[in-house]
Every structure is written in C-alpha cells, then in structure tokens.
Design a protein around this ligand. Structure first.
Ligand code: PLP
Length: 389
C-alpha cells in the first residue's frame, strides 16, 4: 500500500490534501518521499518560522528532549520560566498561559474575558464581539467565535455568547456596543488570515480601543497567525500603536512544535487563579526550548527589519506579474488577488512545479519561513510567475 492509500484508509479525511508525501526539509526547501524538492512558501501555515530543521533550533529542542521532556504543571521548570520572562519582556505583557494550539490559546482568552467581567459585574455580561470573516479555531467554542457561517453547521448546539460585526465598519461597532450591555470583550485579528489576508483599517482599530476603554470591555487580539515576527514586528499590534488587554499566539511561536500562548496585560494578568484553567501538555519543556530558539532569532540584530524588507521584495515582484490584481497583508503575511485564475488550481500547479503555497478564500496566501534567503524567494517567485503565465 502506498503511504497515501494507507493514510487515507486510517486517518479521518478532514482535509483536502495535495498528493505529496513530505519526508524531510532544510531551510525553505522540503523534500518528498520520491526525492523531489519544493520551495516552501507556506512553512506549514506559518508554523516553521525558522524553516525546516534550523540547526540552532534543532540543537535546543534535542538538548531539551535529552534532559527533561515533560513534567506536569504541578512542578516548575526553568525552561518555561525563562520563556515566560522573555516573552512577556519582549511583548510588554504581565503574564502568560501556555497551551498547545491557537484554539487553546483563544479558549484561555475567552475564559479570561468572561471571568474578568464576572468578577467585577456578575453574571450576564459574557458576550464577546468577533468580526465577520474571522477565524479563531476548531473547538466548539472557538468555532462559535469564528465569524463565518460555513463553520456554524452540524455541531449544534454552539456555544452562546458571540456576536459578529463587519470589519472596518465603525458605525456598526458603535451601535452594537451602545445597545448591547452584555459585552465583555472584542476579539479580532489585525490581519485576518484564513479569512483572506485582510488587514484592519487603523481608524477601525483605534475605535475598537476607544470604545472598549470607555466601557471596560477587554480587547483580545488573536495573533495566532500574525504574531511572532510574521508581519515584521514581534506583534502586529505594534504597527497599530495599540496594546490589547490579551494577545494570543501559536503557529510560528515554537518553530513547528505545538504551542499556544495567551498573554495578559496588567488589567487581567491574575484573573485566572488556581484551578481556573489548565492544560496537561501546556508549557511542555521541549516546546518551550523550541520557542526559546525562535525568540533568540527574532531578537537578533536586524532580523525583523529583514522580514519587512523581504515582505516588500516579494510584494513588489508579485505586483509585476500580469495575473496579479493586488497584494494584501503585512510583512511576510501576504495575500495575492488574482485576475482570472483560480487560487486552488494555482496551488496545485505550483506544487507540481516545485513550489508549495497556501490559499485563503479566493486568494493565494504566502507565509514563507521568516529566515528564507533572497535566492530561495527568487526561485519560488520564478515558479509562481510561470504558473501564472
Ligand atoms: C490557525 C489559527 C487559529 C487556530 O489555531 P490551531 O493551532 O489550529 O488551533 C486561530 N486563530 C487564527 C488567527 C489562526 O490563524
């Protein structure tokens, strides 16, 4: 039986997969089981932020596996303490809870918002505003939070307490917050990833923060995709000049090892006390060691400026292609609006020619490893140019 046949007969078929079996990789290059190489402009949906098998990252992870691979959260580990201190230091947050995924980080954020409000105002103030076209995860509650009707099927009953408002529509937001007194938080992505790589307007973001401040409503930024250097700053919020009460991270945080993090500011840093939340694998030492290696790189001289420059470089090259109508996003989180071609077909054709890309709604989406070389960028762009011809 081939790998694909074996896989499909035993793994639940919850994804539309390309017929490629990836076996190994190095930097921005992946190799399949037949030995064919691919330039990877998706980095596993932005998870492999340092590319495949970065040497220093692999050393840190392997050293950790060989000293202590896991312990329960009833004990302390230095590697989790070090990571928490550094992550809070670099982001300006007060405390962090570690989980294993984006959905789990968002569940933590939702619990913080609801308990913050419960502690101060009692019951019936637990509604969370999310945006149309958002994506917050696949658990029942984070699906409920997700502002896309296609996700609100089959799994009834969904978690109550979420209302949606359209992106960049200030009057609608003002009306909602004025009329609904049960709101405890507004949750949003600065750049909607799965929803089509759309960035929020500065005015809209300012208005969210103004209204939330005035009404003691928490701001929750879902930076699961946009965080950890992806947009050219550690957090995308820096580029908007705002500081959300809560920020969630996952995807690229540990360089391809499962980790989610929920960061809380002064106001709600200690809302979740003993017994209020937990996660068996949360803060796993191996994941923490991987995240430490990612932070080493992110904070190294000129790294983030380089991400910004490569983002511009890719966007400019894309705009020079005839089939490209527009480029959206921030830094190395890039959406490509095509004139006539179908994004999904482009993804399939690109893979055949040795380039891995992603889609988001009707757009092509690029999330290359932050460490990709200009040479590999050019190789990937050459393939894309040919596919789009
Ligand atoms: C991917 C993603 C999630 C879900 O993360 P998982 O690790 O799959 O649970 C949540 N929010 C955003 C913005 C994402 O991009």
């Amino acid at each position: 039986m081939s790998t694909i046949e074996k896989f499909d007969s035993h793994v639940m078929q919850t994804y539309g997969r390309l017929p490629i079996v990836l076996e190994k990789g190095s930097s921005a290059c992946a190799v399949d089981e037949d030995g064919k190489s691919y330039i990877d402009f998706g980095s596993g949906i932005g998870t492999n932020s340092l590319g495949y098998c970065d040497e220093k990252w692999a050393d840190a992870v392997c050293a950790q596996v060989r000293s202590i691979q896991h312990t329960s959260n009833y004990f302390y580990t230095k590697v989790q303490a070090d990571l928490a201190e550094r992550l809070c230091g670099i982001t300006g947050y007060k405390s962090v809870f570690f989980g294993n995924s984006g959905a789990e980080a968002n569940e933590c954020a939702i619990k913080i918002a609801r308990k913050y409000s419960f502690d101060k105002y009692g019951k019936d103030r637990g509604t969370i505003v999310t945006l149309v076209n958002s994506f917050h995860g696949r658990t029942v509650t984070t699906l409920s939070a997700t502002g896309q009707d296609v996700f609100h099927n089959y799994f009834f009953p969904f978690t109550p307490g979420f209302v949606n408002t359209p992106v960049n529509d200030i009057p609608a937001l003002e009306k909602l917050i004025a009329e609904d007194k049960s709101i405890c938080a507004v949750m949003f992505e600065f750049v909607q990833g799965e929803g089509g790589v759309n960035r929020l307007d500065n005015d809209f973001v300012s208005k969210i923060f103004e209204l939330c401040e005035k009404n003691d409503i928490l701001t929750i930024a879902d930076e699961v995709q946009s965080g950890m250097g992806r947009t050219g700053t550690v957090l995308a919020s820096e580029q908007y000049g705002v500081k959300p009460d809560v920020t969630t991270l996952a995807k690229g945080i540990a360089g391809g090892i499962p980790m989610g993090a929920c960061l809380a500011g002064e106001k709600c840093a200690q809302v979740l006390g003993k017994g209020a939340h937990g996660s068996t694998f949360g803060g796993n030492p191996v994941a923490c060691a991987g995240a430490g290696a990612v932070l080493d790189r992110l904070t190294s001289d000129g790294f983030l400026a380089d991400v910004v420059n490569k983002g511009y470089y890719i966007s400019k090259a894309l705009l020079d292609m005839d089939e490209v109508e527009a480029v959206t996003g921030m830094g190395m989180m890039i959406g490509v609006v095509l004139k006539d071609k179908d994004a999904h077909e482009v993804m399939e054709k690109a893979a055949e020619k040795g380039l891995l890309i992603l889609t988001a709604k009707e757009k092509v989406r690029l999330l290359p490893p932050l460490t990709i070389s200009v040479e590999d960028i050019d190789k990937g762009l050459d393939i894309l140019r040919e596919v789009l011809k």
